[in-house]
Write a protein that binds this ligand. Sequence first.
Ligand SMILES: Cc1cc2nc3c(=O)[nH]c(=O)nc-3n(C[C@H](O)[C@H](O)[C@H](O)COP(=O)(O)OP(=O)(O)OC[C@H]3O[C@@H](n4cnc5c(N)ncnc54)[C@H](O)[C@@H]3O)c2cc1C
Length: 560
Amino acid sequence: MITAKTLKLSIKSLREFARKRLPDQELIALDERDECPLEIVRDMCSPDQLGIQLLFVPEEYGGFGGGAFDVYVVCEEMARIDLGVATAVLATFLGSDPLTVGATPEQKKQWLSRIANEGILFAYGATEPDAGSDLGALQTTADRVVEDGKTVGYRINGSKQWISNGGIADAYTVLANTPSGPSWFVVERGAAGFSQGKPENKHGIRLSNTAALSFTDVVVNADRLIGGVEGQGLLQAQAVFGYTRLMVAAFGLGAGWSALDRAIPYSAKRIQAGGPLSEKQGYTHKLIVPNVARLEAGRAFIEETAQRIDAGEGSLNTEGAIAKYMSTEAGNAAAEASIQALGGYGYTHEYLVEKISRDVRITCIYEGTSEIMEMTISRDRWQLHLKTRGQHYHDRARAFEALHASQPRVGADVAALALHALAEVMERARVAKLTRHQHILLRLGEWIAYAESAGALARRAALLEQRKLPDKANQRFDAMGLAAISRIFAREAALRVADEGMRWILGAAAERAAAPDVAAFEAAVNLRAIRQAQAGLMADMDFVADVLYGRAAKPAAHVA
Ligand SMILES: Cc1cc2nc3c(=O)[nH]c(=O)nc-3n(C[C@H](O)[C@H](O)[C@H](O)COP(=O)(O)OP(=O)(O)OC[C@H]3O[C@@H](n4cnc5c(N)ncnc54)[C@H](O)[C@@H]3O)c2cc1C
């Protein structure tokens, strides 16, 4: 267990370390040289130096036993420093996850203790040249080596693609097909027949090492089969998806905020047309404030999911997918807008926002692409819609109506409008059998993520109002600020669900005559109320801009 105080101290040490060892000029130089700073990565992981690894290794193996919330806080901070270095450091946790969930006690002791005591680096080898999103297409094989009728080892053949730490790790968890199905193995660097490719020349995260792996008759002992039972690999991979996707979600959040935190002070100083850019509404309300709202919606979902995982609610894969989808898409949009916010300067290496934008791009690809997240979210929630005969999101909406009755400032009423509209859009998709169109299935994933995130953000703003957020929670905004951010996001989410939902349900009709009645559809999704709820948006955006720029506080308008 890590206390809020210990976590704060760790973050402080991490910042100190980064200030000394990874100042901006060094980051720019490493990025230009396309170089992974191996010594820095090792020092960050070494128990004698920074020892980030220790935070996440269970206490019985020599670590501090951090949970999902701690991982989120550290990942966000790491991403604010550099997403390539963050990837290199956190690859060890990704790599050791199959061990954490599936290993025998002896295997855990052997490998997790080495991470804690020696700071060894791991890599996670799942992806292959022809098996990316579809891991079932895996071709790497692990054939049994049998002596006297007993399996004494495995012979691994095949290749892995795009492996973070691929060229620098000490140990690798590798997914391979045994006679009984996909299974994880630990393979050490230096094993005969195991080789690593040259570092990939990447668009971003150039401070992380990414390499292909090749296995030619690599023989490992039977005790390298994680868990000792064949065929558990995909289950073990899935058991940590909620958790690992939260890590990448926090990467998106940290990188997005680090770009905005360069754009915000820049715009306060940059004078154009007689005044600072920060005072120009056309600038802040396009480039800054909407990105803040989307990032904080992602944060609300991350924090809520992390708390639930730590409370033992299971692996929460769908929630992890929503957190990842929202935060990484928001992080990308924020970094892209930050280039625009710095104009020509943003387009140069020196100001770093273009590097952050290149770096954060990966978060929508690795640990499951955004499209795979949409599919995961949609399939799961579709089942809930069917099981409850269309009531799932209506029920959830009613909980937000009740929240609104007690806390009218946090945007819960508009989140409820988004959720009711979602239920109606899903029901129309069901009646017309529209999920046969994969595009509709995936768009549903997006609308679900927006509506649920609006709910999470309203709940978070309500908790902050009541001073009930956990000690470890991010405290950047006060209750008034977060409530305004929540109202801004809820309006966007509701409009997106209703407008885009209608667009695609109508768009699936072959011709106008076959399309659903538009007026009835508008009434069902309550489009009128959703449009009316946009009132107050400008005042809330003005207020959030004032909060971000530290200007005199004015009372925020709200949609009570
Ligand atoms: C820098 C970097 C680091 C990485 N690190 C690791 C690592 O440490 N370990 C590891 O195992 N892997 C790692 N990966 C691999 C990463 O997880 C995969 O690239 C990712 O899962 C996507 O697989 P793919 O590249 O084969 O793309 P594909 O699966 O071929 O997807 C290509 C496009 O098609 C879309 N698509 C795919 N399937 C469908 C579908 N059914 N319906 C609709 N659209 C679909 C995708 O969303 C994507 O837009 C890394 C990748 C990179 C680039």
